[in-house]
Design a binder for this molecule. Structure first.
Ligand code: PLP
Length: 400
């Protein structure tokens, strides 16, 4: 029944893993959502907005206070000069990405993106009838881009510049960039983003950047927003959302900003996907974006501690653990535990030790790329992570 172009995208691994976790009582470190609520002021504001009647369609472009707050946030954190009129509020980052792909790609046009990738990318590109040109992110490649102070552990993921160049062609319409990157935890630096930008300019492609983890970068790293690089603002659509930053993934409040004609094209599609959503949440998110620097610093330091807790436990359990420079995910290699296939490992893990995770191969166009890799989420309460680690250590092969 399903249209042919969507048939490769029916995988329900998250639902299946979550169901398996539930059935076995496993701790679910598969799906990436926090197990605590966001800032109390945000929750109270949203409840008050519902109580005071902010419940009908908001303006099609979004609530004015949220558009202004996004512009101010971009000025405050990145020194960008964003006109609130150039901000479009969307139903999560997901809708902003889908609208952009549908707005710019004719059937057969090509979209360059990095694999593994957030699962909606491939499905959305397929819906548009466009062609995915994936550039592999591999452990250890471009290691200098993610220097590891200790030098002992394997560094994070990076891309090869020749492979990036080879992915571009005269049909390249869009470059879809995600930094900090889910699932690998890579944070692209200025040099990497400059190369991506140069190629996009050379081939006349629009850049769409998914920055939903912008406030989750660790070890003193800096999140570099593509649109701040010289000459890039004129070809870049910058996307972010409230879900990750404020631990409200179920609210689906996102936004996109960029040059007026690009945003207008995105809006033309967006208005017929959902039209609008989240009226009472939009003004609440506007107020939360203005929370003091201490909120954002605390978010990053809490998550860095959680990353360290889980990463150390995974190493003790025998995994190869790659450096996560950002996001709330850490990627491991299960081969030291005697497995070749991450998917097989993930199917057995809940029964064996009572923890659930997801195989990286489900985020890949070429499953071989991620075959031995498994992603764990660390956006959970410390006691949950501590218990997960205690369970995982049982994987360590008994001596003799
Ligand atoms: C969670 C996530 C999204 C989705 O954001 P929503 O605001 O929930 O739509 C988009 N991109 C990446 C990389 C994500 O991890």
């Amino acid at each position: 029944m399903l249209v042919e172009r969507m048939r490769p995208h029916t995988s329900t691994i998250f639902a299946e893993m979550s169901a398996l976790a539930l059935r076995t009582g496993a701790i679910n470190l598969g799906q990436g959502f926090p197990d605590t609520d966001g800032p109390p002021s945000l929750l109270a504001d949203a409840a008050a907005n519902i109580g005071s009647g902010i419940n009908q369609y908001p303006p099609g472009v979004g609530a004015p206070e949220l558009r202004a707050a996004v512009a101010e946030h971009q000025r405050r954190f990145y020194g960008m000069d964003v006109d609130p009129d150039a901000v479009l509020v969307t139903t999560g980052a997901t809708e902003a990405i889908a609208s952009a792909v549908l707005a710019f790609c004719e059937p057969g046009d090509e979209v360059v993106t990095f694999q593994p990738y957030y699962d909606s990318y491939a499905a959305t590109i397929a819906l548009a009838g466009a062609v995915l040109r994936p550039v592999p992110l591999r452990p250890n490649a471009n290691a200098n881009a993610n220097p590891n102070p200790g030098g002992q552990r394997p560094p994070g993921f990076g891309f090869d510049s020749d492979e990036l160049r080879a992915a571009f062609s005269s049909r390249t319409r869009l470059v879809l960039v995600n930094t900090p990157h889910n699932p690998t935890g890579a944070v692209f630096d200025r040099e990497q983003l400059t190369l991506i930008g140069q190629l996009a300019a050379e081939y006349g492609a629009v850049i769409v950047t998914d920055e939903v983890y912008e406030h989750m970068v660790y070890d003193g790293r800096e999140h570099v927003s593509m649109a701040t690089l010289p000459g890039m603002a004129e070809r870049t659509l910058t996307i972010s959302a409230a879900g990750k930053t404020f631990s409200v993934t179920g609210w689906k409040i996102g936004w996109v900003h960029g040059p007026a004609e690009l945003v207008a094209a995105v809006r033309a599609v967006k208005q017929f996907l959902t039209y609008v959503s989240g009226a009472p949440f939009q003004p609440a998110v506007a107020a939360a974006l203005a929370l003091p620097d201490s909120f954002y610093a605390q978010l990053a330091s809490d998550l860095q501690r959680k990353r360290d807790l889980l990463s150390a436990g995974l190493r003790t359990a025998g995994f190869t653990v790659f450096d996560s420079a950002g996001t709330y995910f850490v990627v491991t290699d299960v081969r030291p535990l005697g497995y070749e296939d991450g998917a097989e490992f993930c199917w057995s893990l809940p029964e064996r030790v009572g923890v659930a995770a997801v195989p990286v191969s489900v985020f890949c166009a070429d499953p071989e790329l991620g075959r031995p890799l498994v992603r764990f989420a660390f956006c959970k309460r410390d006691e949950v992570l501590t218990e997960a680690v205690a369970r995982l250590v049982a994987l360590r092969a008994p001596a003799g």
